[in-house]
Design a protein around this ligand. Structure first.
Ligand code: SF4
Ligand code: SF4
Length: 149
C-alpha cells in the first residue's frame, strides 16, 4: 500500500475529547501504574508512589478486578477524562492518556501499536513483578518507589 493510503490510527486523528468510549478505553496500555497506592506529604503536597496495589488491583494481571463497579468499592478511585488528565500531575509519564494530552505519540511497546497486549510487560513498562498486594504491605512508608513515575 502506498504510504499516503495507510490508515492513520484514531489517536493521531482525534483529540482525547473526541474519542468514543471504546477508543478511550483501548488507550489504556494495562501498565497498572496508576492503580498503585500513593502517599501525599501534607506539608509539601508532594505525591509519592508506593509499590502497593490498590485493594482492587490484580498485581499479576495488572488489571482492576472490578472495573465496572470500581467507584462503589474504591470511592477515591480517580476516573480519568479528557478534562482532568492534564491536571493529574502524578500520572506516570508513560501513560497513554498523559502522552496524548501532551501532544506526544504512543510508544512502540503500546499494545495498540505493537498489536500485542503483552508488549507493555515485555518492555518492562508495567507493574508486573514489581508490585505487591495491600494485604502483604505493612507500613506503606516503607514501600515508596520512584519507578512508576
Ligand atoms: S497509567 Fe495510564 S496506561 Fe497505565 S494503567 Fe493507568 S490509565 Fe492505563
Ligand atoms: S479501583 Fe480499580 S481502577 Fe481504581 S485504582 Fe483500584 S484497581 Fe485501579
Amino acid at each position: 500500500m502506498h504510504k499516503s493510503q495507510e490508515k492513520i490510527p484514531f489517536w493521531r486523528v482525534k483529540k482525547l475529547n473526541q474519542m468514543n468510549s471504546e477508543e478511550w478505553e483501548s488507550l489504556c496500555d494495562g501498565c497498572g501504574k496508576c492503580c498503585l497506592e500513593k502517599l501525599e506529604d501534607l506539608n509539601t503536597e508532594k505525591i509519592s508512589y508506593t509499590n502497593i496495589g490498590c485493594e482492587l488491583l490484580d498485581v499479576d494481571k495488572c488489571r482492576c478486578k472490578n472495573y465496572a463497579k470500581r467507584d462503589h468499592y474504591v470511592p477515591d478511585c480517580v476516573r480519568l477524562s479528557s478534562a482532568n488528565i492534564s491536571s493529574l500531575k502524578w500520572m506516570p509519564s508513560t501513560c497513554a492518556y498523559k502522552l496524548l494530552s501532551e501532544g506526544k505519540n504512543l510508544p512502540n511497546w503500546h499494545p495498540l501499536v505493537s498489536g500485542n497486549t503483552d508488549s507493555v510487560h515485555e518492555a518492562g513498562m508495567s507493574i508486573r513483578g514489581r508490585a505487591i498486594a495491600a494485604d502483604d504491605a505493612g507500613d506503606y512508608e516503607d514501600h515508596i518507589v520512584q519507578w512508576p513515575k
